[in-house]
Design a protein around this ligand. Structure first.
Ligand SMILES: NC(=O)c1ccc[n+]([C@@H]2O[C@H](COP(=O)([O-])OP(=O)(O)OC[C@H]3O[C@@H](n4cnc5c(N)ncnc54)[C@H](OP(=O)(O)O)[C@@H]3O)[C@@H](O)[C@H]2O)c1
Length: 260
């Protein structure tokens, strides 16, 4: 755990404290910058320490009211999460928000079936989320307060021919987040599911085709606005809400003949 100097909360200046899991690049790094600007002190979690450190140095030199700390961790080390979470909460002096953004996308290639790739996607996109968000949910439920944000995908709305494993990981993540929401809303905890379309990040290099792509900063803005309004689910950019409404309603007899 790095040395930090988190500004103390006072009744007149309450500090918000959060964790972003998967914050070394792309949407997670953009959201870290956005939330720091809004006054959040943050622990940024990911494997690539060089990128994490760079994001933290940049934010800490720009926003002096908050402190952002790097935490090097692989989300597939499930057993280490409860102890790491406890240490981060002690370091931040409390916890108001957890964003689970870590994700990987390994398309198998059309007509290929690759269990190694499918398992790797399930382990990060779903199992990592459950390893982190189960103890967070328990903590927020007993505190009767808190906010959980899960970055899922439009890819979870329908099983398609290109990448069954990724579709499955995101469909399961969306269902898990919905179940958390149904458990936790009655305890005053907000659970937001974010379904991005195409966002211009490293991950987009794996996409077979790209439509209405937005920069990660735009996705981070949408996520922050939804957090502030304590929404339950958003598509970013918004147009995907209508695109997916159509796609979800295409009858299977037609959908299974499409190369989409
Ligand atoms: N880009 C898109 O078009 C798009 C569309 C829909 C949904 N999404 C979702 O948005 C989220 C962010 O993706 P992105 O587009 O911003 O891509 P990205 O730049 O590749 O970011 C992925 C993040 O996940 C972290 N991560 C991956 N595996 C990890 C592991 N085993 N342990 C800890 N951290 C891990 C990465 O950090 P390290 O590699 O440093 O560990 C990185 O910070 C993902 O969940 C993705 O599925 C993206």
């Amino acid at each position: 755990m790095p040395d930090t100097n988190i500004p103390a909360a006072t009744p007149l200046q309450p500090r918000r404290r959060g964790i972003i899991v998967g914050a070394s690049s792309g949407i997670g790094a953009a959201l870290a910058r956005r939330l720091s600007k809004e006054g959040y002190s943050l622990a940024l979690v990911a494997r690539r320490s060089d990128l994490l450190n760079r994001v933290c140095v940049e934010i800490n030199s720009e926003y002096h009211e908050v402190r952002v700390i790097p935490i090097v961790h692989d989300v597939t080390e499930y057993e280490s999460v409860p102890e790491l979470l406890r240490k981060i909460v002690a370091e931040l002096g409390g916890l108001d928000l957890v964003v689970y953004n870590a994700g990987v996308n390994f398309p198998p290639g059309i007509d290929q079936y690759d269990f190694t790739k499918d398992r790797a996607m399930l382990e990060v996109n779903l199992m990592g989320a459950m390893a982190w968000l189960n103890p967070v949910a328990a903590m927020f439920q007993s505190a009767e307060n808190g906010q959980i944000v899960g970055i899922s995908s439009v890819a979870g709305d329908r099983g398609r021919i290109g990448n069954p494993g990724y579709n499955t990981s995101k469909a399961a993540l969306s269902t898990y987040l919905e179940a958390l929401r149904n458990r936790l809303t009655r305890h005053g905890v907000n659970v937001l599911t974010v379904k991005p379309g195409f966002v211009e990040t490293e991950m987009l290099k794996a996409a077979q085709r790209v439509l209405f792509a937005i920069p990660p900063e735009r996705a981070a803005d949408d996520i922050w606005k939804a957090m502030r309004r304590r929404k339950q689910q958003i598509y970013t950019p918004w147009i995907w809400r209508w695109i997916m409404l159509v796609i979800r309603n295409i009858p299977s007899i037609i959908f299974r003949r499409m190369s989409f």
